[in-house]
Design a protein around this ligand. Structure first.
Ligand SMILES: [Zn+2]
Length: 305
């Protein structure tokens, strides 16, 4: 399972508690480390084992999720973007969020499309369009586009992320690492690794491992690809992650894992801002079953369905 943010606009405290209670009752929560032992055939697991992961390292994890996970003794792994935790950068997609949220403009034209910014729906459409463009170009082009967009939106972004977008502190991370939470790497600056030159990708992967191990004073063996969809990483990136010394890597490709799963392309289910019905649909395995039937049908009917 994969989460990103917690709070009223995301997964609320109450909703998370309901989910955790449900998972405790019907599933077997385990740490990611044990799951990797299982993949290496050094441990046996129950079929309904579940691993909880959280990406990025936002402050709201400590305030809202950690107390609940602690209360129910539920293990979790958080993937940290180290330059974000070091307070050197905003996560780039938050700069766009901040700009779109705070603009006084009523519309925005991009690639010949006009986005209405007078309502929430129009703002979401623009954000998702920009996210799509930003993840398909190089880091330099992405930064140029973000600057251009901010200029047109007429929004000045503060040096440090505002409270809504702020990261965990290292002290909170150390406290949580003593209390059932483990930490993995999510690069230094959250780039799309498949779009980076080799040297830079290696620095993003290895640099974040080094920084985490320096602070945590322990080996960091798990990795998580930024964005994590197909195309955001490739075989070359997977090899770099392996050679950097990581034993596993998470994608955000929808699905479940079993013995024989590629440890450098583990599937997850993103549960951000989903309803309780969606949550049940995903954790029951119904979503995965539906997807494999759809794939089978497509294969049999030769793409007619
Ligand atoms: Zn991320």
């Amino acid at each position: 399972m994969a989460y990103h943010r917690f709070g009223e606009d995301y997964v609320s405290r109450e909703f998370l508690e309901d989910q955790i209670k449900y998972l405790k009752k019907h599933f077997c929560p385990i740490g990611l480390e044990l799951f990797i032992e299982f993949l290496c055939r050094r441990a046996v697991l129950k079929a309904n084992s579940v691993v909880l992961t959280v990406d990025d390292g936002y402050q709201d994890f400590y305030r809202l999720a950690f107390p609940i996970l602690r209360k129910y003794e539920f293990p979790a792994t958080v993937f940290l973007t180290t330059e974000f935790i070091d307070k050197r950068i905003w996560l780039w997609h938050d700069i766009l969020n901040f700009g779109i949220k705070n603009t006084a403009n009523t519309d925005f034209t991009l690639d010949g499309r006009v986005f209405d910014l007078t309502n929430q729906q129009g703002k979401i459409k623009l954000k998702s369009h920009l996210d799509g463009v930003c993840t398909s170009v190089s880091t330099t082009e992405r930064d140029e586009l973000i600057n251009q967009v901010l200029k047109e939106l007429g929004v000045r972004v503060p040096e440090q992320p505002t409270s809504e977008y702020s990261p965990l502190t290292w002290n909170q991370i150390l406290e949580m690492s003593r209390n059932g939470i483990s930490f993995g790497s999510h690069t230094r600056t959250h780039p799309i690794l498949s779009k980076l030159p080799t040297e830079e990708a290696l620095y993003e992967i290895g640099g974040s491992k080094k920084r985490l191990e320096e602070v945590l004073q322990r080996e960091v063996l798990s990795f998580c690809y930024p964005n994590g969809k197909e195309g955001d990483f490739n075989e070359k990136v997977k090899l770099m992650v392996k050679e950097a010394g990581f034993t596993c890597a998470m994608s955000l490709i929808y699905g479940m894992n079993s013995l024989g799963s590629d440890p450098y392309e583990l599937r997850r289910m993103a549960l951000d801002a989903r309803s309780y019905i969606h949550f049940l649909h995903d954790v029951s395995g119904f979503g995965v079953m539906r997807e494999s039937i759809h794939k089978m049908k497509t294969k049999v009917l030769g793409g007619q369905n």
